[in-house]
Design a protein around this ligand. Structure first.
Ligand SMILES: [Zn+2]
Length: 50
């Protein structure tokens, strides 16, 4: 899984990717940059209503 790292200013592989849903029902993937260790997040899209 790749996400944009703000510190490296480029896309990086993500350590320990974890999918979660925000209170606004947006699915995101959270993890840390494999190079610098900064937290990164990637928006996957809207979550389906249950
Ligand atoms: Zn980084």
């Amino acid at each position: 899984m790749e996400a944009y790292c703000m510190k490296c200013k480029t896309k990086r592989e993500v350590n320990n990717p974890e999918e979660t849903v925000t209170e606004k029902r947006i699915r995101i993937m959270k993890g840390t940059c494999t190079v610098c260790g900064t937290k990164v997040a990637k928006i996957l899209g809207k979550a389906k209503q249950i």
